[in-house]
Design a protein around this ligand. Sequence first.
Ligand code: ZN
Length: 91
Amino acid sequence: MSENNNQTRSSDVRRFNNSKFKRYSKKVCRFCKGQISEISYKDVDKLLRFTTERGKIIPRRLSGNCAKHQRMLAREIKIARILALMPFVRQ
Ligand SMILES: [Zn+2]
């Protein structure tokens, strides 16, 4: 049972890197690079890019964010969840 879970999870990650979420293969912090200027709980569209389809926050090793910006991002996502702008869990 646990092996099955691991398999599905790794295949999910692979699918994640290959098809839909190609942009995460770049390991550059997009906030430091200046592509995204500021992080706010009001920018739900921006925050949704850093969550999975299920609503989980994408970890730093996949998103490529630096520690500082990942912390800020996580905080804003959590605020947005509490204010019901974003889902805690989808489906
Ligand atoms: Zn950064």
